[in-house]
Design a protein around this ligand. Structure first.
Ligand code: GLA
Length: 338
């Protein structure tokens, strides 16, 4: 009898244990099912700007407990394939800087098909008529204003060096296909003109590609058009790469660093250049890659977990001019000094 009670008791205890184990494993698989994944797709993964956005997005993932799937999307085909990959991996939404803004409608159609939420960063989608797709949440720059600050930084440095405006010319590398690019160079030129640089001292030259070789080619073709009186040069463009190539072109054409003032935009892509003792690349307007990476990822996480949609348009206007004098201190401030 007592043996029987013992065995019943034992069986009940074993059952209790099994039930507890079952509950624990059910809980953990539930937690597994709840792992939130978001995508972060960028057009130029080789550019430090985008690597920095990725790094900050991953930091947000670590802080808030979600996974970031990073995919490089250099063209339309890869972009659409990446959206399928994200869906197959259980992602709920993605942040994207598209390789071509006119892919907007195709990206949205593909995302909708897969039930994914979309937040555009840096480059705003345009529709079939070339109009911005204002219903897709977007985080980008207050581009004209930042361009104005870049132009101002160039003229202030020219003044500080005591340059004569009659011998000063500006070469502006343009990339008008991209709205944020056109607005930046328009803003920059606005400041140059306001400072008194004559309109015929400003040469516009289109970049075929948005990288250093592209801007070097563009500047090279403008330099040959300069009059012999042009001894001092300002080099502008929509980002650091657009100005770095321009400065390289002035070096090959024999301009001394002291006679060239190039100011980029991004900051992240100019670190190696500013570590050089001297060059015609004077400085860069450091943006907020911490906001573009961390905040966009966080907002997407919040959207897919709580339903709170990001603002339709967030214009970032926070910039700091970094030069050889202060870049270490400024980059350290946002955790980018290595
Ligand atoms: C564009 C440029 C990048 C960077 C971002 C900032 O995408 O290609 O280099 O300037 O804008 O928003």
């Amino acid at each position: 009898m007592s043996a029987h009670r013992l065995s019943v008791g034992f069986t009940l205890r074993a059952l209790g244990c099994a039930a507890a184990l079952f509950a624990a494993s059910a809980l953990s698989s539930l937690a597994g099912a709840e792992e939130v994944k978001i995508g972060f797709l960028v057009k130029q993964a080789e550019e430090p700007w985008f690597q920095t956005e990725w790094a900050f997005a991953e930091k947000a993932g670590k802080d808030k407990g979600f996974t970031v799937i990073k995919i490089a999307v250099p063209d339309g085909e890869k972009t659409l394939a990446a959206i399928d990959t994200l869906a197959a991996n259980g992602a709920k939404g993605f942040v994207i800087c598209p390789p071509d803004t006119s892919l907007g409608p195709a990206i949205m159609a593909k995302a909708r098909l897969n039930g994914l939420k979309v937040l555009a960063v840096d480059d705003r989608f345009v529709d079939a008529h070339g109009q911005p797709m204002e219903d897709v949440p977007y985080v980008g720059l207050a581009a004209f204003k930042i361009g104005q600050k870049q132009g101002l930084a160039m003229v202030e440095e020219a003044k500080r060096r005591g340059w004569d405006l009659s011998a000063t010319y500006a070469v502006i590398n343009t990339f008008d296909e991209l709205d944020t690019g056109k607005k930046r160079t328009d803003g920059s030129v606005d400041s140059l003109k306001a400072a008194g640089l004559p309109a015929d001292h400003i040469l516009f030259t289109a970049q075929k590609t948005l990288d250093v070789p592209g801007s070097m080619d563009a500047t090279n073709s403008a330099l040959v058009k300069l009059p012999g009186t042009a001894t001092h040069l300002l080099i502008g463009g929509m980002n650091d790469s657009a100005v770095l190539g321009g400065v390289r072109a002035t070096e090959s054409a024999g301009f001394k660093a002291a006679n060239v003032i190039g100011v980029g935009i991004n900051g992240t892509d100019a670190i190696g250049e500013l570590k050089k003792a001297d060059s015609g690349f004077f400085g860069s307007m450091l943006l907020s890659p911490d906001t573009s990476g961390y905040e966009t990822a966080r907002q997407m996480f919040e959207w897919v977990t709580t339903g709170k949609e990001p603002a339709k348009y967030t214009a970032l206007d926070n910039v700091t001019l970094i030069t050889r004098a202060n870049f270490q201190q400024e980059l350290t401030r946002i955790g980018l000094w290595k």
